[in-house]
Design a binder for this molecule. Structure first.
Ligand code: APR
Length: 234
């Protein structure tokens, strides 16, 4: 079948072969930190310098990792499909962009952006961010935070995401363990329309694997290019 409207959810597993650590494969530690020590609003209030330092280190790592064949295959799909392709990523890295994908929603934010708690402005930010870094819009100091969705916060762009899920004819989930909501519920949401097919590509069955029409288990860098080729030849 030739798909016309494809929505793709990606998670940490798609960036694993690029050398970016996943969240849950390292015994609950995220690059040596407990998530609640660095990825919550409470952590930022308690120790803003430590949290900024953690994200500064991750931002600084980005130029040293490159997109892998799975990212490139999704960019090719968007470029060649006669129809729409939307990537909804939980990842905060920029590997989809660097592979050439254009239609991307970062539902958990982006490492390369900061947000001002004072005026709400969001700015591209490639350097380190410190407590004294002034907001380029309102010039207030001490107000910039990583533009990242932390535990306990609402994911971004949910209206657009809900609309996209209700109109797609293929929902593809790649490299996500199905632990974190609402992303883990997207497959059920898509299932309600009755006409979208759902496919999981993951190293191992995710928590929601039984909800998918088809599951392909193995490395994204191998399986995604093959799957994309099949779609483009259909
Ligand atoms: N190819 C495909 N899948 C892989 C690969 C690979 N090479 N390597 C690992 N995986 C799979 C793992 O088996 C796991 O099921 O990717 C999944 C990654 O799961 P998580 O680490 O839980 O990452 P993710 O699902 O993206 O986490 C969701 O949780 O901590 C929060 O906000 C954070 O966006 C993140 C969210």
């Amino acid at each position: 079948m030739a798909y016309k409207n494809i929505v793709i959810l990606t998670g940490a597993g798609i960036s694993a072969e690029s050398g970016v650590a996943t969240f849950r494969d390292a015994g609950g530690l995220w690059e040596g930190h407990r998530v609640e020590d660095v990825a919550t609003p409470q952590a930022f209030r308690r120790d803003p310098d430590m949290v900024q330092q953690f994200y500064n280190a991750r931002r600084a790592q980005l130029p040293s990792v490159d997109p892998n064949p799975a990212h490139y295959a999704l960019a090719k799909l968007e470029g060649e499909l006669v129809g729409d392709v939307l990537i909804i990523t939980q990842n905060v890295d920029d590997l989809h962009e660097r592979a050439g994908s254009k239609n991307i929603i970062h539902m958990h934010g982006e490492l390369n952006k900061v947000r001002c708690l004072g005026c709400g402005a969001v700015h591209d930010w490639l350097a380190d961010c410190h407590r004294e870094s002034p907001c380029p819009t309102c010039e207030a100091e001490g107000q910039l935070r990583p533009d990242i969705v932390w535990f306990g916060e609402m994911p971004m762009f949910m209206d657009r995401i809900t609309r996209a899920l209700s109109t797609c004819d293929l929902f593809l989930s790649i490299g996500t363990s199905g632990n974190v909501y609402p992303a883990a519920a997207f497959v059920a949401e898509v299932g309600r329309t009755g006409y979208a097919e759902s496919v999981e590509i993951n190293l191992e069955p995710s928590l929601g694997a039984s909800l998918f029409d088809t599951c392909l288990h193995g490395k994204a860098g191998t399986l995604v290019p093959k799957f994309v080729q099949e779609i483009l030849e259909a």
